[in-house]
Design a protein around this ligand. Sequence first.
Ligand SMILES: Nc1ncnc2c1ncn2[C@@H]1O[C@H](COP(=O)(O)OP(=O)(O)O)[C@@H](O)[C@H]1O
Ligand SMILES: [Mg+2]
Length: 395
Amino acid sequence: MKKRATLDTERFSISALSRSELIDNVHGVQDIKLFNLYKERILKWKNIQYKYLKIRIKLLKLSQIQRAGSIGINRIKDTIIILLTSTSVIKGDMTLGQMLAVQYILGQLNGPIRDFVNYIQSTQDTKLSIERLGDYTDKIYKEPFLNNREFQSSRNIVESLVFENVTISKNENTILENININIPYGTKVGIVGESGSGKTTIINTIMNYEDITHGGVYFGKSKIDSYSHEERYSNFSAVLHDTYIFSDTIKYNITLTNKIDFKRLNKILNICLLDDIVNELPYKLKTKIGKGNSSLSQGQKQRIIIARALYKNFNYLFLDEFTNALDNITRKLIVKNIYEYCKNKTIISIAHNIKDLDYVDYIFCIKKGKIIEKGTPKELFKKGSYFSKLYTFEI
Ligand SMILES: Nc1ncnc2c1ncn2[C@@H]1O[C@H](COP(=O)(O)OP(=O)(O)O)[C@@H](O)[C@H]1O
Ligand SMILES: [Mg+2]
């Protein structure tokens, strides 16, 4: 069983690798062409297939051995029966008819024995599959399925967001160090800093993708993990780097539901300057987008993702470099519209473009995981500040 388990796990991970390789090759075809990667990719693919084949052969050998075992048992059993019954017939204890009857009856055992061995093999396979499925669900659902809190109606969270001495380390690297932030409800905050300084990690910590090494994150006085995932998410909305566009209509991609509040949808289309774009499309809101459908530009897709974030009910909005595909004129207008729409909500916006910060009340500058400056935009624009250097290309 142990050997079978190891082989089966290996087979599973190689087959997963092979599939993700296939997906990479199909989706990355443009880069494969551009960077002339044909040979390497084919070689890699062949290697994976070769390893997969080797494991399949090993597994086949193992099951053949198990099957050979069952056949062997049957044959030995048959020989013993023939020996015993025929000696009885020779001695006169049994008639020829009785011998044939006994042989026939005992011969019927062959089927059940074979079935029993097959049964053991399938039980082993099923057990391995269930264990693997368990690993997967454990990874996705950190909280148990039947958490009582999940069945309560969601609480509306309108509290200040507090980081108290938060440190996050990964593999002995300190990503955030001793972060203290207090964001009263309804405040608009900007987070700035060079790439890799820890900005995205701050948002991920709030959304609880990251494990905190020291310190705590609070809504008012309660730790954020005293709220269930569902409660937290029903109060959050976000435009993140890797938001996914589903292969579906524009309408679905914005609302993510089939019960649509059209008044709300029209308002959001207006905020994101999407109404003209949608109206010019032949199928309007029913136009299909997503993988394989290229009816929208990058900037237009980004606006769909912003619209999705705004359509949701939320009290806290997280924006992570959310305008990087937009031109300056569109950016300025959309940022203005969003801040007007979110008057009584908290916004945390990570920005490389100073225009994203037009309406924020307060800014935190992060460098190598530490807050090195904070204040209102006016205060931070002092000559010589790190913030002013970041935005005047002096760094
Ligand atoms: N899951 C992780 N494991 C290890 N290091 C990570 C992980 N996530 C981020 N980092 C590291 O933490 C640092 C900060 O990342 P991030 O918050 O994404 O920066 P920013 O958004 O400011 O560009 C980077 O050096 C990055 O390599
Ligand atoms: Mg980032």
